[in-house]
Design a protein around this ligand. Structure first.
Ligand code: PHE
Length: 356
C-alpha cells in the first residue's frame, strides 16, 4: 500500500495525457479492469489484519473513485473534441457557387420520332414495330413486289447470307413490312404508325446506309382517299407548325398502293434559303396511297370488305427540314458540339436543375 500515492499520480497522469477515446479506454482497463493495477491492490486487502484492511480499503476506494471520476471527465473532454473535429471537417461552405449541372441532349432523331408519335397518337394511331432483319415475303412479295420485279433494284438492298432453305434474309429497306405483319396479326379496323430503322446500300450527303422511316396504315370498311388527304394535311401542318401550310398530292407509283400519291409541302427558296410555308415552290416529303387489294389479300384480309391507306416518310429528311440541319451525315457522327447545337433539352428535367 505504500506505493498507492505513486500509483494514484501515475494513473491520473496517464488519464490526463490520453489523447484519444481509445487510449483513454486502455488506461481505464490497465487501472480498473479485471487484471488492473488498482483491482490488483484490492485483492491484496484480504491478507491484511482487520485494522489495516479497513484503513487501506478506504484509501484504495478513494483512489479508485478519484481515478474513475478523472476518466469520466477526460472522456467528456475527448468526446467534445471529436465532435468539434467532425463538425469542422463536414462544414459546408455555403458561399461556394453551385456545381454546374451537365444536362445531356436528346438527339434530333429521337426528338422528331417523339413528335411524330405524339401527333399521330392524338389522331388515334398506336405504335407498331417489326424486326430489322426481314424475310423476302414481308419486305417485298407481300407488298406486291414479286421476285424479278424491277422495283427490287431500286432499293439497294443489303442481303444477308443464304439460309439452309436457300432463302436470303434482308435488312428491311423500308418500314412497309410492318404493315404486312400488322395485317397478318390483327383484324381491321387498323390504325397504326411504325417508326423505326431502315437500311439501304447507299451513302452520300443525302443518303445514309441506316436511316429512319415512319410508316402509317389505316384499314377499315369505308376508309377512302379523302381520309388519306385529311390525315396527311393535318399531319404536315401540325408537324411544321404552319396552320395554312399548302399541301399538294401528286400522282405517283408504288407497287403496294393504288392509286399512289406523293405529298409535297409549300416552300420558298429565295436567295438559296429554304423556307417552309406558302410560296411558289414545292418540297416532296412523303409517299402514300390506297393499299393495293393484292397486299390485303396477301395478308388474309378480304379486299372486297376492307380498304384503307398507307404512307411512309424519311425521319431524317423531315427533321432536317424542320430544324435546319444541312447535312444528313452529321446525324451519325456523334459530335458533341453538334449535339449541343441541334440536340434538345429533355422536357422531363426538373426546371430547378435546368435553372442552375
Ligand atoms: N415504303 C415506301 C418507301 O420506302 C414509302 C411508302 C409507304 C409509300 C407507304 C406508300 C405507302 O419509299
Amino acid at each position: 500500500m505504500e506505493n498507492l500515492d505513486q500509483l494514484r499520480s501515475d494513473v491520473l497522469q496517464r488519464v490526463s495525457e490520453s489523447e484519444t477515446l481509445e487510449a483513454l479506454d486502455g488506461v481505464r482497463v490497465q487501472a480498473l479492469g479485471k487484471k488492473g493495477e488498482i483491482t490488483g491492490l484490492m485483492k491484496t486487502l484480504g491478507g491484511l489484519d482487520p485494522e489495516a484492511r479497513k484503513a487501506a480499503g478506504q484509501a484504495l476506494n478513494v483512489v479508485k473513485q478519484e481515478v474513475a471520476d478523472a476518466i469520466e471527465q477526460r472522456k467528456a473532454v475527448l468526446e467534445e473534441a471529436a465532435l468539434e473535429a467532425k463538425l469542422a471537417e463536414e462544414r459546408i461552405d455555403v458561399s461556394l457557387p453551385a456545381r454546374p449541372a451537365h444536362v445531356g441532349r436528346m438527339h434530333p432523331i429521337s426528338q422528331t420520332m417523339e413528335e411524330l408519335v405524339a401527333i399521330f397518337g392524338e389522331m388515334g394511331f398506336s405504335v407498331a414495330q417489326g424486326p430489322h432483319i426481314e424475310d423476302d415475303f414481308h419486305n417485298f412479295t407481300a407488298l406486291n413486289i414479286p421476285p424479278e420485279h424491277p422495283a427490287r433494284q431500286e432499293f439497294d438492298t443489303f442481303y444477308m447470307n443464304e439460309k439452309e432453305d436457300g432463302s436470303r434474309p434482308v435488312l428491311r429497306t423500308h418500314t412497309s413490312p410492318v404493315q404486312i405483319r400488322t395485317m397478318q396479326n390483327a383484324e381491321p379496323p387498323i390504325r397504326i404508325i411504325a417508326p423505326g430503322r431502315t437500311f439501304r446500300a447507299d451513302h452520300d450527303a443525302t443518303h445514309s446506309p441506316m436511316f429512319h422511316q415512319i410508316e402509317g396504315l389505316v384499314i377499315d370498311t369505308e376508309t377512302n382517299m379523302g381520309h388519306l388527304k385529311g390525315t396527311l394535311i393535318e399531319f404536315c401542318r401540325s408537324y411544321f407548325g404552319v396552320d395554312d401550310l399548302p399541301v399538294r398530292f401528286r400522282p405517283s407509283f408504288f407497287p403496294f398502293t393504288e392509286p399512289s400519291a406523293e405529298v409535297d409541302i409549300g416552300c420558298t427558296r429565295e436567295g438559296g434559303q429554304l423556307k417552309i410555308g406558302a410560296g411558289d415552290d414545292w418540297l416532296e416529303i412523303l409517299g402514300s396511297g390506297m393499299v393495293h387489294p393484292k397486299v390485303l389479300e396477301a395478308c388474309g384480309i378480304d379486299s372486297t370488305k376492307y380498304q384503307g391507306f398507307a404512307f411512309g416518310m424519311g425521319v431524317e429528311r423531315i427533321a432536317m427540314l424542320k430544324y435546319g440541319i444541312p447535312d444528313l451525315r452529321t446525324f451519325y457522327e456523334s459530335d458533341l458540339r453538334w449535339m449541343k447545337h441541334y440536340g434538345f433539352v429533355p422536357l422531363e428535367m426538373p426546371s430547378m436543375v435546368r435553372g442552375l
